[in-house]
Design a protein around this ligand. Sequence first.
Ligand SMILES: [Zn+2]
Length: 365
Amino acid sequence: MHPVEFEIDATDGSARAGTATTARGTYTTPLFMPVGTRGAIKYLSAVDYERIGAQIVLGNTYHLMLRPGADVIERFGGLGRFAGWDGLTLTDSGGFQVFSLDPKVDDDGVTFKSTYDGSTHRFTPEIAVDVQQRIGADIAMVLDVCPPLPNPPEVIRLALDRTTAWAERARRADTRPDQALFGIVQGGISETMRAESARQIVDIGFDGYAIGGLSVGETREEMLPALTAALEHLPTDRPRYLMGVGDPASLVEAVALGVDQFDCVMQTRLGRHGTALTSTGRFQAKAARNADLEEPLDPGCPCEVCARHSRGYIRHLLQVGEPTASRLLSIHNVAWTIDLMARMRAAITAGTFAELRSSVLDVWG
Ligand SMILES: [Zn+2]
């Protein structure tokens, strides 16, 4: 018995519509998971997550272990209860964040400095599991080595080997039966190394499988073959998670290849900077031409912002620097993406995924 059971409800080509059952509840795929780095999606709270229809919200292990600390969150009964969120939660391992800080890496682990006070901290695969067990998300991730791209083959090779060795140690350290642990495939944009990493991680055996280290500087034309090479070696009966990818074209392409779940900060970051995702592409809400427009950001979007607010009003809020503008655009962008995933799920079920894919790529490709 895995802490996550995964059933495929429908397929269309390689695209899958699934239902995953965790110890605390179920989620349906394809799924977009918004990111609450430090315990909240920026400008939003758990009440918003419910209204938007989020199923899983991410937390960032690196930030949460430093502030407020895993022990504090544990005393509150875990990340979900701490944040007042009844839905599911997932924590990344902290590795991606740590490796972006240019840390000291050795075979045993990684030493890094806190961005809050400069204090020195040590991360090993065992510590990453322990911290995440105390933060208590429904899904935890192994500590991996995530090099930026491009990077020479020997750097990618070392990252791959350490990722496998660390995955074995994480698997042995995992003791929480009500928390799923996902392995992570590395290998840069090399199809050979992606396939090798996937075989090694699957041999260790995890509740689900993530593909990490993509969308870190490479083009989509480089990403998709590497992704394909990894997916070929992953079992069909486990969830597959493409980490840190959330632009509409990549979402629809990865779902077409058989990926089930995604996370990305793009939706909220764009929102804070005045950009809306719409069915006709990126929309700059601050443009002067919107000043008199009564239509919503996207007439086809089912979100609460589009049901209530005009382009003219949101443009005005941006113009005068009202924080509500960032909030409304963040809610819209996350809800719009969740709706895109729902449309993908419906299209897979109806056998019309190819049509939806080409219509999304016509706008976003
Ligand atoms: Zn909307």
